[in-house]
Design a protein around this ligand. Structure first.
Ligand code: ZN
Length: 227
């Protein structure tokens, strides 16, 4: 079956587009209205917004709804990061106070203190930068453009039947660090050291939602095919 993403793009570009339902001739074809119907069966949410944003229009323009979905997900992640940092800070403070109260620093207490410091440093390193809010819009836009323009893996051609070393079994090729850096207006080094974690999180959020939504569409069209 033609990829539902291609169908969405064609539906926008040519209202009379017809799609092969499967390999080999003589099979039923889908008309633009079938594709529209299948899209209508995708539940409202981030996945559907990403599908519409990435494939219905020639230009990637995130809708207000899409932005709210991303913002809600990001707020949840921010909260998780802040909670983890606060808990690690509390534990470190507790260990430091214990060390203050102890008449002598036992090796056990020293180990506990070092572990608490390590956990705090790690939690801090995993937090997105302070100015992450200012980068949310450019990163989201770049990640959407990456999802929209993602090309099938040239090793397995998007059908990873065996473990594919080129794409890791995802079936598509991600943007390079340089392309991502350029897209968000930062140098490759700054992207890699400061923004990569946040970018990866957002692109994974969008991609997972998009794939789930595309699956719903594909199932809807397949069911129609056998009906
Ligand atoms: Zn591959």
């Amino acid at each position: 079956m033609t990829d539902v993403r291609e169908m969405l793009g064609a539906r926008f570009n040519a209202k009379t587009a017809r799609f092969d339902a499967g390999p080999g001739g003589g099979k039923p074809t889908f008309e633009a209205i079938d594709v529209a119907h299948a899209l209508g069966l995708v539940p409202a949410g981030l996945g559907r917004e990403v599908l519409e944003c990435c494939y219905l229009d020639a230009e990637v323009r995130p809708s207000p709804k899409l932005r709210v979905h991303v913002l809600n997900a990001v707020m949840g992640e921010w909260r998780r990061q802040e909670d983890a940092l606060a808990a690690a800070k509390l534990e470190l403070g507790f260990c430091q106070a214990m060390a203050e109260f102890a008449r002598s620093m036992s090796s056990e207490l020293r180990t506990k203190l070092e572990e608490a410091q390590g956990a705090y440093d790690s939690a801090k390193a995993q937090c997105w930068p302070r100015d992450a809010a200012a980068m949310l819009a450019p990163i989201t836009l770049a990640a959407l453009q990456e999802v929209a323009g993602c090309s099938a893996c040239d090793a397995c051609h998007g059908f990873p039947m065996v473990p594919c070393t080129r794409c890791g079994g995802t079936g598509y090729v991600s943007w390079s660090e340089r392309t991502r850096a350029t897209a968000i207006g930062r140098s490759k080094t700054v992207y890699r050291t400061i923004w990569a974690a946040m970018y990866n999180w957002i692109v994974a959020l969008l991609r997972n939602a998009e794939q789930e939504a595309a699956e719903v569409m594909k199932r809807a069209l397949t069911t129609r095919e056998v009906a």
